[in-house]
Design a binder for this molecule. Structure first.
Ligand code: EPU
Length: 389
């Protein structure tokens, strides 16, 4: 029996039949393959709800290590960066993969591109940084460490709980930025065949809280490394309400502001069990937005999408359905952000599920809109779809 209570940020007392902490790729290579089903791969456990004890094996990604390659920026750099990532992968694997500690270990890579080409540039804006990261590195630790080296791009994702290996699966995002915007490639170990597969960003089909890694046929892939393309040129993304009309002198100032915003609105999973936004923001047609505007005035938070639809704020809908700050036994919704379900003490999985069902039923009956969980649901035998639970 493997206790999962410290491996899920809801802090639910659940277990798996077996658990394995994977700290290097060799741990995967040593497994009897194909790995016996069912199995689940976990990063920080910050986006999952175990609805009951799991009868299979849980693999916990703790592959550490960060290596940075500096390259001259090119107008069309995608191909150059892909080959640099592959070279970095070959040259750094043995040194960085074994750094199984919470600290982010950096190893500076020699520039893969021609050094004389690099010399012809005279400022940092002329370079890009290809950063290859072990899937078990905590994303926020990575962001903080990269900023110490003035490497920016990820600052709007500050304080999002979880690991780098899990980040692309949901294409996590916040404050107008998604991790997929910075991904160059992903390396994954196939637990069926033992092969290592490399995916370019285009092959990942990133969308809103989506990548191909959520599809059933990709669930045997253990993301060992993620390669990001970043730079030292700070480009502020501040179209989000809490960031507008502000001056940010650098990426560090942006990180500080994002951290303050998150701390203001969201419960810290260190102290209050939760898995962030429980539901996804739903896409609706213009007529649904018009009906809401007629009812609530024009202040309906929604974002127009390219396909003519609108993304509505699920938290706002839940709030307007009178479900903000609810308490049902040991579970509730957060008073400052109704989209977050919280464990108020010793919540049981079925209580979390019951509250989620209650919220979605209230929103459905008041607005006719279906909410779908953003968190992944795992039952006795593995992942379960919301409509099958
Ligand atoms: N709102 C309310 N009442 C609430 C909650 C929200 O009126 O109880 C309103 C807000 O005032 C705002 C709008 O709804 O006008 C949107 O709320 P917010 O700005 O807090 O963002 P969100 O759409 O609820 C998304 C992500 C968050 C991310 C924030 C910030 C999803 C499902 N959630 O939340 O991601 O941090 O934007 O960019 O896309 C997560 O994925 O776990 C997560 C926290």
């Amino acid at each position: 029996m493997f206790d999962l209570s410290s491996y899920n940020t809801f802090n639910l007392a659940v277990s798996a039949r077996e658990g394995l902490v994977v700290s290097e790729v060799a741990d995967l290579e040593n497994l009897p393959l194909p790995l016996e089903e069912p199995y689940i791969i976990l990063g920080g456990g910050s986006d999952v709800l175990f609805t009951e004890d799991f009868v299979g094996t849980v693999l916990i990604n703790r592959i550490m290590g960060v290596s940075i390659t500096k390259l001259p920026r090119r107008a069309d750099s995608a191909g150059a960066l892909a080959s640099a990532a592959a070279a970095a992968s070959a040259s750094s694997a043995s040194s960085s993969d074994t750094a199984a500690s919470a600290a982010v270990a950096f190893s500076a890579e020699a520039p893969v591109a021609d050094a004389s080409a690099a010399d012809s540039y005279d400022s940092d804006s002329a370079f890009e940084y290809v950063v290859r990261v072990g899937g078990g590195v905590v994303l926020d630790d990575l962001i903080a460490q990269l900023l110490k080296e003035d490497i920016c791009g990820l600052e709007n994702l500050s304080l999002i709980p979880g690991t780098v290996g899990a980040a692309p699966i949901q294409n996590i995002g916040a404050y107008g930025v998604e991790i997929g915007d910075f991904i160059e490639s992903i390396e994954a170990f196939d637990l069926r065949t033992g092969e290592t597969k490399v995916f370019t960003a285009a092959q990942c089909h990133f969308g809103y809280r989506y990548s191909i890694f959520k599809e059933p046929e990709y669930r045997s892939l253990f993301i060992t490394h993620v390669t990001l393309r970043l730079s030292k040129t700070f480009v502020p993304h501040q179209n989000y309400a809490g960031l507008q009309s502000m001056e940010f002198k650098d990426a560090f100032a942006m990180r500080e502001r994002v951290i303050a915003l998150r701390n203001e609105k969201l419960p810290n999973p260190k102290y209050v069990g939760n898995a962030g936004s429980f539901f996804k923001n739903p896409y609706v047609n213009a007529d649904v937005v018009a009906a809401l505007q007629a009812q609530f005035g024009t202040k309906v938070p929604c974002y127009p999408c390219e396909d003519g639809r609108f993304k509505l704020a699920a938290g706002w809908l839940i709030d307007k359905a009178n479900c903000r700050g609810l308490k049902h036994g040991q579970v509730g919704t957060w008073g400052k952000q109704a989209l977050v379900i919280v464990n108020l003490g010793n919540a049981k999985p079925h209580e979390v599920l019951a509250l989620a069902r209650y919220i979605s039923a209230e929103v459905k009956s008041k607005f006719g809109i279906d909410l779908v969980p953003e968190v992944r649901l795992y039952g006795k035998h593995g992942e379960i779809a919301w409509d099958q639970i």
